[in-house]
Design a protein around this ligand. Structure first.
Ligand SMILES: Nc1nc2c(ncn2[C@@H]2O[C@H](COP(=O)(O)OP(=O)(O)OP(=O)(O)O)[C@@H](O)[C@H]2O)c(=O)[nH]1
Ligand SMILES: [Mg+2]
Length: 387
């Protein structure tokens, strides 16, 4: 071995005499190199520079945890109505029913009387209700739930027969009917006419109806712009005033267009006016009459928009508009405010004109058909089962 090492030194030109120590040193180095080889190889295979291979189809890919689902809460109409009427319920009607505990005496009936007047319920209805309460509950132990049910039935009996007469085609479009419906919308300033027409047009076009809207509020340019935004969103055609035209002229043009285009609905927005302004009320009557030249049945509906917060004055407004225009229906808006709701009951009873729609906010979804059971249930805090 020493001879072999010496000849390797000579070949490499190293001028050294090979010793036994050199030989052991060389053997030791070789041993260390050989024993560390597997470790070095394993380390190399773990370097990140190596190509990443696609997993084969047989390989099981561990399932990833699904992304958390963010829940989108759909607010139903019943919930909107209930929350819209929450102030009326807590500030008035809830207080009326809460008196009903312990023995019912004259003092408690007087308290109820005060609350009912405060809720804008008309005197005739209040007297009738108090007489019924005396007859059924005076001197007896009260039960709040039983009283709520009694109140529900009483108020329903006052409005039910009038409410039955609502024309369903106002809010349910039926393509088979093939008959143009002309709806004129009136009311005092700021009651919610334009907003309600926008919501209504959206609902009807959403059901597939063709809707033409007449911007008969020719007093304010902003009123026409406001209506136009709604109509564009709803996909309804809007007819605006030609230079110098009067409101009845715009109504006429809108109806002409609706007939020509075989539309299903023609809805006319009018300028707000006080029920006491005689000349402006006359102008409305003229706008109504002129439609008859194109369609003797038109307008099929004249709807009065009432701001529910108005209170007792709403009754006066309704009476005056009814006297001039022979209203066919009412729309109560802003029932999400501090409405006391008593005037709604009185107006329906007095005018024998039904509430067609109710508004509880500014969005499209905040307008809906007036359903008496739902309304009284939400007002008194009674759960009403769906029909
Ligand atoms: N909170 C609430 N606001 C409403 C409702 N309906 C309408 N409004 C708001 O009431 C305001 C007046 O509404 P408009 O639709 O312009 O009333 P209008 O009767 O057309 O008013 P004029 O054309 O000026 O006579 C607007 O700010 C509407 O967004 C409702 O049901 N609830
Ligand atoms: Mg308006």
């Amino acid at each position: 071995m020493l001879g072999l090492l010496q000849s390797m030194y000579n070949a490499a030109g190293i001028n050294v005499v090979a010793s036994e120590g050199d030989l052991w040193g060389l053997l030791g180095s070789l041993f260390i190199l050989i024993s560390s080889l597997p470790f070095l190889l394993a380390k190399k295979s773990a370097t990140p520079t190596e190509e990443i291979k696609e997993p084969s189809s047989e390989q099981v890919i561990p399932e990833q945890a699904p992304a958390p689902v963010t829940e989108v809460k759909v607010v139903t109409w019943k919930e909107r109505l209930k929350s819209g009427l929450s102030r009326s319920r807590s500030e008035i009607w809830g207080k009326v029913t809460k008196i009903f505990h312990g023995k019912i005496d004259d003092e408690k009936i007087e308290e109820i009387e005060e609350l009912l007047y405060g809720a804008d319920v008309g005197p005739t209805t209040v007297n009738e209700l108090l007489a019924e309460i005396e007859k059924n509950f005076l001197g007896k132990e009260a039960n709040e739930e039983e009283f709520k049910k009694f109140l529900f039935d009483f108020l329903k009996s006052k409005m039910h027969s009038t409410q039955e007469s609502v024309d369903h085609s106002l809010y349910e479009f039926s393509p088979e009917s093939n008959q143009l419906k002309v709806i004129m919308v009136v009311g005092v300033n700021g009651a919610g006419k334009t907003t309600t027409i926008g919501k209504l047009a959206t609902k009807l076009t959403g059901q597939g109806a063709k809707v033409v809207v007449g911007a008969c509020d020719t007093f304010r340019a902003a009123a026409v712009d406001q209506l136009e935004v709604w109509c564009n969103r709803a996909g309804a055609e809007m007819i605006r005033a030609k230079e110098g035209s009067n409101p009845s002229g715009v109504g006429f043009q809108a109806l002409e267009k609706a007939i020509q285009d075989k539309a299903d609905y023609c809805i006319l927005d009018t300028a707000g006016r006080l029920h006491t302004a005689g000349n402006l009320m006359e102008e409305l009557l003229k706008s109504k009459k002129v439609l008859g030249k194109l369609d003797p049945e038109a307008p099929h509906h004249v709807l009065l928009v009432l701001d529910a917060i108005t209170g007792q004055n709403a009754i006066r407004q309704a009476e005056e508009f009814h006297k001039t225009l022979n209203l066919t229906g009412l729309i109560f808006t802003k029932c999400d405010g501090s409405s006391k709701a008593g005037s709604a009951i009185s107006i329906v009873e007095k005018l024998k004109t039904p509430i067609a729609y109710i508004g509880v906010g500014e969005n499209v979804e905040d307008l809906n058909v007036f359903n008496l059971d739902e309304y009284l249930g939400a007002l008194l805090g009674i759960e009403i089962k769906d029909a």
